[in-house]
Ligand binder design. Structure first.
Ligand code: SF4
Ligand code: SF4
Length: 441
């Protein structure tokens, strides 16, 4: 019997400047480009009314990548099934605050630094918690957060060594990343972190020296730019695999300096693909200075992000891998919405989200020294079940498999609005940049 094929509901089509066709599918995560000579055939196959088989060679490859689907397939049901996959129990993501103190006082920071380094009984509890789970885990991801995590390097070493030992014993795939201000990320510390399998760093540079130092200064008011840049230059010499996301937070007050900053960074890291730039707008994240922050209009900000991203690609930097990952199935779901993701504070308090520490809805339980945890499942459900389950608009969205309506459950809870990601809002531009990034080799 002849089969009928339809274009997937999760496709996005766009064109490059050189008239190539790009297609992306958020369920399979495939991104493909077609030359002008292949384009007519692809567009014919992508017509709403579908096509009846047998498929041509191009048709068969479109089906393989998920761009064309057999008409008997219920794609919405498949998306629902994908959503269930977040409930797998062999995966764990821990976001750890080895300290809640910080040596910086950035103007837009939302943290209050109520506690210092992680207490011994919390570390003991964490090690036991992971050890107890060893048998059931296949993947363990640790994100070192804070405060400034490098104020607690001893605590990080102690915990990492224990996690790595459990991972080796039970054949668990272990990965770790760190958000650090970069002030203590010396070559020696970086080498140590690499031994502990921390291989991804997020370091923020907010402009040229003067601008950065007015926004990201030490507790005593001193600037931090030159120390961070010197550290980055030193760690660049390490011959090992790691990524550094150079984050630039922009608002109205440094907007005019971002372009210059990108040029500076692209010269500094010329040809070293481990260093990538990520521009993000400052938002009112809940800090004391929120009311006076000169944040950009959201429309302007989302246009600027991609202009800056394009500039960094044009100037030889690689597109930050996080952007392409965010288009993959479940890639835009916040960790707060994932059942097996948990944030552990320095005092053993458990949270879902790394922004709203003081909110009761975010305080979901406690870790005890014997490795047991007490969890409030009613609160957890609010974070993990607030997306596509009940939002019919999300159920129909082309980006549903990537986002699942849960890009930021906090935003949805607080505003009642859908938390569509920056990438989804400008998906065609993002696809063009991904294509440019691949062809700019
Ligand atoms: S819920 Fe929103 S604010 Fe909280 S960690 Fe996720 S994306 Fe960030
Ligand atoms: S939150 Fe936005 S991007 Fe995410 S599924 Fe819903 S409509 Fe789509």
């Amino acid at each position: 019997m002849e089969q009928t094929y339809l274009p997937s509901r999760f496709n996005v089509l766009t064109h490059t400047h050189s008239k190539e066709l790009i297609i992306y599918n958020s369920y399979s995560g495939a991104i493909a480009s077609f030359s002008p000579s292949e384009k007519d055939e692809v567009l014919r196959l992508m017509k709403k009314e579908g096509t009846t088989g047998p498929l041509s060679m191009i048709g068969a490859s479109l089906e393989k990548e998920g761009f064309l689907v057999n008409s008997h397939i219920d794609e919405k049901q498949r998306a629902q099934f994908l959503h269930q996959s977040l409930h797998r129990t062999d995966t764990m993501h821990l976001v750890l605050l080895p300290t809640e103190a910080c040596n910086f006082r950035c103007t837009y920071c939302y943290e209050t630094f109520p506690r210092g380094n992680m207490q011994k009984d919390v570390r003991t509890g964490l090690k036991k918690y992971i050890d107890n789970k060893g048998n059931q885990l296949n993947h363990l991801m640790v994100s070192w957060f804070g405060g400034e995590p490098l104020l607690a390097l001893d605590e990080i070493s102690e915990l990492s060594e224990a996690f790595l030992q459990t991972a080796r014993l039970h054949n668990i795939q272990y990965k770790a990343e760190m958000s650090t201000n970069g002030y203590y990320l010396t070559e020696e510390t970086c080498r140590k972190l690499l031994q502990l399998e921390v291989r991804q760093f997020m370091v923020t540079i907010d402009g040229p020296e003067k601008v950065h130092d007015e926004r990201r200064f030490l507790v005593n008011g001193e600037g931090t730019f030159s120390t961070i840049i010197n550290n980055l230059k030193e760690i660049r010499k390490i011959d090992d695999q790691f990524d550094v996301y150079l984050r630039i937070n922009f608002d109205e007050s440094n907007l005019s300096e971002i372009s210059e900053t990108i040029s500076y960074l692209s010269k500094l890291f010329d040809g070293d693909n481990r260093f990538q730039v990520l521009c993000r707008p400052v938002a009112r994240w809940g800090g004391d200075n929120d009311d006076s922050l000169p944040i950009c209009d959201p429309q302007v900000a989302n246009k600027k992000i991609w202009e800056f991203t394009e500039q960094s690609i044009d100037e030889g930097l690689k597109l930050v891998s996080q952007i392409e990952s965010s288009l993959m199935p479940t890639g835009s779901v916040c960790y707060a919405a994932k059942p097996h993701s948990i944030v552990v504070g320095a005092d053993g308090q458990l949270y879902k989200c790394t922004l709203a520490f003081h909110k009761s809805i975010n305080q979901i339980g406690k870790l005890f020294p014997d490795g047991s945890v007490e969890l409030d499942y009613d609160k957890i459900a609010k974070w993990t079940l607030s997306g596509e389950e009940t939002d019919e608009h999300c159920q129909d969205c082309f980006f549903r498999p990537a986002c699942q309506g849960n890009h930021c459950p906090l935003y949805r809870m607080e505003t009642g609005n859908r938390p569509c990601s920056l990438e989804k809002q400008r998906i065609k531009k993002v696809l063009q940049l991904i294509w440019k990034n691949y062809t700019n080799v």
